[in-house]
Write a protein that binds this ligand. Structure first.
Ligand SMILES: Nc1ncnc2c1ncn2[C@@H]1O[C@H](COP(=O)(O)OP(=O)(O)O)[C@@H](O)[C@H]1O
Ligand SMILES: [Mg+2]
Length: 264
């Protein structure tokens, strides 16, 4: 039976070889169907946390529960999209999207139908037989989204998926992703370092400190979607979140300089 809590992180820490502490105890409960953005300075452990939830990496201590069961490995109920497009360059767009369903044992004919349907949803009708190198960055990322959705995951894990795109393409993809999500409210964990992107997309924004990453604030975004970037609320929230993130970046810069001086 499904519970309201979809993902629960309990005291999750991660260190790399003892010297690099990437995550400090990280505790959060994410509800089913929530769209969560994780916002924080570069190197604070955002990808590390996402990889732990994906089951690609084990925490040093603590655990993450998915539907009350500890995560120990990757699973098809968690779909991933990363900044790098990670498509198979030797497969056509259609075959890239068919890959997941086929691996899960779905027959070729049905997998093809699923893939065609998902490609249509992301606006790539007519590009089924193209190869990744023939596509723009935005189109590749659409294939990535179609491929993720073709596996019908419960949870979408997206690590700065639009970070490498120009701002217009990025805005279009944000809007399209929201439309897909509004049709089927999957639980989404979306990593970004863009304050605007976080407010535009999410139900709640998790703000992380500089490394070692811990949660400093969790901010709800109550506004109805689609959100207006020029509304007073949006602008207020943007200022507030920007201050929260800056606070994380600036003192740590001084600290590391100071530490360096002492070390010398
Ligand atoms: N496999 C790894 N081995 C050693 N250090 C790592 C590894 N992965 C990440 N780190 C370090 O952990 C910290 C957090 O990294 P990451 O989670 O990628 O940050 P973010 O995604 O927030 O930019 C960084 O200092 C990074 O260098
Ligand atoms: Mg990262």
């Amino acid at each position: 039976m499904k519970t309201d809590a979809k993902i629960v992180a309990e005291g999750v820490t991660k260190s790399f070889g003892g010297a690099v502490q990437a995550l400090e105890p990280f505790d959060v409960t994410i509800r089913e169907g929530e769209f969560i953005c994780i916002l924080g300075p570069s190197g604070c452990g955002k990808s590390t946390f996402l990889r732990i939830v994906a089951g690609l990496m084990k925490p040093t201590s603590g655990r993450v529960l998915l539907d009350n069961v500890p995560i120990t490995e990757p699973g098809p109920e968690r779909g991933l999209v990363f900044q790098e497009y990670a498509l198979f360059p030797w497969l056509t767009v259609l075959r890239n999207v068919m890959y997941g369903p086929t691996v899960r044992g779905i027959g070729k004919k049905e997998a093809r139908e699923i893939a065609l349907d998902q490609l249509k949803r992301v606006g790539l009708q007519g590009f089924e037989n193209h190869f990744p190198y023939q596509l723009s960055g935005g189109m590749k990322q659409r294939v990535g989204i179609a491929r993720m959705w073709a596996n019908n995951p419960d949870v979408l894990l997206m690590d700065e998926p639009f970070g490498a795109l120009d701002s217009i393409t990025r805005q279009i993809l944000q809007k399209d992703l929201l439309n897909l999500w509004m049709e089927e409210q999957k639980t989404v964990l979306f990593v970004t370092h863009s304050v605007e992107e976080a407010i535009y997309l999410s139900d709640r924004v998790i703000v992380m400190s500089a490394r070692p990453g811990r949660i400093t604030d969790i901010v709800s975004v109550p506004d109805q979607r689609p959100r207006n970037l020029l509304s007073a609320n949006f602008i207020d929230l943007r200022a507030k979140l920007t201050r929260m993130v800056e606070k994380q970046v600036l003192p740590s810069a001084h600290l590391s300089e100071g530490q360096q001086a002492y070390a010398d």
